[in-house]
Design a protein around this ligand. Sequence first.
Ligand SMILES: C[S@@+](CC[C@H](N)C(=O)[O-])C[C@H]1O[C@@H](n2cnc3c(N)ncnc32)[C@H](O)[C@@H]1O
Length: 279
Amino acid sequence: MRQAEACPFTLRRLETIRSTLGDPALTAATIQTLETLAPDPNNKPRLIEWLQAGVESKDRRYEIRSALRALSHAIRPRSYLEIGTRRGWSLAQVLCESSAARAYSFDRWVEGYGGVENPGPEFVREEMRRAAPEHSGGLRFIPGNSHDTLPVFFQGVPLEVQEFEDLSIVRAGEDAPRSFDLVTVDGDHTALGTWWDVTDVLPFVAIGGAIVIDDLVDTADEALGDRATSRYAAIRPSPEGLESSLLDVWNRLKAGLDNYEFIESFDSIVPIGIAIRMH
Ligand SMILES: C[S@@+](CC[C@H](N)C(=O)[O-])C[C@H]1O[C@@H](n2cnc3c(N)ncnc32)[C@H](O)[C@@H]1O
């Protein structure tokens, strides 16, 4: 990033984010919020144990939920877009810290994701009522494959008969903020699908805003036989030589985006990257 092009506001923002990530008090708050959410014996105890060890050792470790908690504390986002919500663990962290945030959740509610029920919007809405009762900024769910819904939401494709079949997505996009202060990309875990999600949201990240990308590991879901699909596949970019690796996606973003600063943690329970738009 060419620092000279960043303004004092974004430089200050970057410093605040750096000093807030891993704050033990915010990690403790993350745990408290996770504990108010419905049980998930397959996944939650291990995560809470990992976070708790960080609070006790003060080693400033973070993963996606505690990073989102810290980012929301630092940025106080007025708008939040999340791709991949599942049972609302990440969403709850943002809504707890930013009661006025206008939140948009994109999920196709893959059955049994993570080995437990993935019930969908009504379940998550109920969870948010309990975990983030102060939140009043509005929460909108856009169900479906994000590679079909995001292009319609952002009107990145011509709106024709098919798009008008579900007018609710067009309307939600028309009413949405023009840019988002905070974005999470944690839906489709194929490398190509992650690339599509990131490139769909990039034009709508606010200056001083952040994108969080989870699971920066070397094996993406293509290795499990999964394939990204989109009714717009023919007009979507497919970067040459993209490996089946979210780490490759991340490294390409780092190499290609000169208006972002990049923070990454490979010591996380799951590796995570945060890109902050500087100008
Ligand atoms: C890893 S989970 C999200 C976890 C959540 N961010 C959290 O912190 O607990 C991934 C979610 O993405 C959804 N998903 C997977 N592929 C998707 C796609 N192509 N479009 C929309 N959602 C998708 C799944 O249904 C699942 O709920």
